[in-house]
Design a binder for this molecule. Structure first.
Ligand code: SF4
Length: 65
């Protein structure tokens, strides 16, 4: 199963919670203070689900490919 991960930059408040739980997949763009997805396509969910659950504004979207 493959998954696509996206961050809605309009919604993201740059809190860094996703980076704290999943820095393999997320990093904070410090200029714009928004989360950036390092790997948009992944084969296994790993910590992506945890990041999605942790985001306080539901800005992370995971879709099955
Ligand atoms: S947890 Fe959500 S709001 Fe916080 S930086 Fe990540 S995507 Fe943005």
């Amino acid at each position: 199963m493959a998954y696509k991960i996206e961050v809605d930059k309009e919604t993201c408040i740059g809190c860094g919670a996703c980076v704290s739980v999943c820095d393999d997949l997320f990093e904070l763009n410090e200029e714009e203070m928004k989360a950036h997805v390092k790997k948009e396509q992944i084969e296994e969910l790993g910590c992506a689900k945890e990041a999605e659950d942790t985001c306080p504004v539901d800005a992370i979207k995971i879709t099955e490919q």
